[in-house]
Design a binder for this molecule. Structure first.
Ligand SMILES: Cc1cc2nc3c(=O)[nH]c(=O)nc-3n(C[C@H](O)[C@H](O)[C@H](O)COP(=O)(O)O)c2cc1C
Length: 330
């Protein structure tokens, strides 16, 4: 294990938080998942992206996403949209529903989002990006953060410029996924390029992309000199990873792998929380991907996934989880 020169808590408005964050992931970082991540340590977690229009229209599914688990702190809501006034309106609704910190999405590469000039498309339109950030900052007294990529494509890597604009509008923190929109998730995240953005602003910057354990966290922090980092995909089926990385960075000691019995309990607790949050009908479908991720690296995982994908009740899913973990000892 290498070392990082400094690794301190980060201030966002009145909140002082761990420098290791859980990255927002649509369809994944709902309240049950965030609470399961929190079981292992106080990791700031960004909720699933909320579309400003759906939020204003009071779309029931969208409003359900604005539910937090009991004791969640800070509650971080990510907004996506392209009309400054509507983003401001959605910011107010989020504040009324208990958000502590707002995050503006300038990184989503999905076609259905960028076709509406939202998400990563905002990086191509500096003036609109500035208007949106100003509108969201002014809409409430909550601190506003922004998550972006390096730029639209290899020819338009303008994240430093957008970061500078964000700083001027009163944004409190910047998160950078070290890829362009054109890359989606291909190639490798460029942590050195995140360093250029860090050097262009006085704001705290989080480095994101391809951080999966303590070694990659150290490499990303050393390359970027960022103030903290965000972990996304490495936490799928392993919600203990962000806390393990935070702990290792703080103590300089490697983390021991989580014992199988604790992994089993984590999967079951996660399933229980999903059941409470969504109800039996929805949980059957929504829990499948999570439960399959929990089987990563286990013996007989392929057969387990088939069982999960055809399970007819949460009770059956729970039995399959108990069985596969118990079988590992044999
Ligand atoms: C399934 C999935 C959903 C995502 N949804 C969002 C999102 O809603 N908002 C966002 O800013 N980024 C989203 N991302 C991007 C992640 O936050 C993160 O930037 C990216 O996965 C790179 O980090 P990682 O290598 O640690 O996963 C998503 C990523 C994945 C894989």
């Amino acid at each position: 294990m290498g070392a990082v020169s400094s690794f301190l808590p980060i201030r966002i408005g009145q909140h002082v938080v761990s420098p290791v964050f859980l990255a927002p992931m649509a369809g994944i970082t709902d309240a049950p998942f965030r609470e399961t991540v929190r079981d292992f340590g106080t990791i700031p977690a960004i909720a699933e992206m909320v579309a400003s229009e759906a939020c204003i229209r009071k779309n029931p599914k969208t409003l359900h996403m604005l539910n937090f688990y009991k004791g969640e702190s800070p509650k971080i809501v990510q907004l996506v949209g392209c009309i400054p006034e509507r983003m401001a309106e959605a910011a107010k609704i989020s504040a009324d529903r208990g958000a502590d910190i707002l995050n503006v999405n300038m990184g989503c590469p999905a076609r259905k989002i960028v076709h509406k000039e939202a998400g990563a498309a905002l990086m191509r339109d500096k003036r609109l990006a500035e208007k949106i950030l100003r509108a969201v900052v002014r809409a409430t007294s909550l601190p506003v953060t922004v998550k972006m990529r390096l730029g639209w494509d290899a020819q338009q890597k303008n994240a430093s410029e957008i970061a500078y604009i964000a700083e001027q509008t009163g944004v409190a923190l910047i998160m950078v996924h070290g890829r362009t929109r054109a890359q989606f998730y291909a190639g490798v995240a460029d942590w050195n390029a995140v360093g250029e953005i860090k050097r262009s602003v006085c704001l705290p910057v989080l480095v994101n992309g391809d951080i999966k354990d303590t070694d990659t966290a150290i490499a990303a922090l050393n390359a970027s000199k960022a103030d903290g980092l965000m972990i996304g995909r490495a936490a799928l089926g392993a919600p203990w990873i962000p806390s393990q990385v935070a702990c290792s960075l703080k103590t300089g000691m490697p983390s021991a792998p989580l014992p199988l019995i604790k992994r089993q309990h984590t999967a079951i607790r996660h399933l229980d929380r999903m059941l409470e949050f969504y109800g039996e009908e929805k949980v059957l479908f929504l829990s499948r991907k999570h439960m399959c991720w929990y089987s990563k690296g286990l013996k007989r995982a392929a057969a387990f996934r088939m069982q999960i994908n055809t399970a007819r009740s949460t009770k059956e899913i729970q039995e399959f989880i108990e069985k596969i973990y118990d079988e590992q000892e044999c």
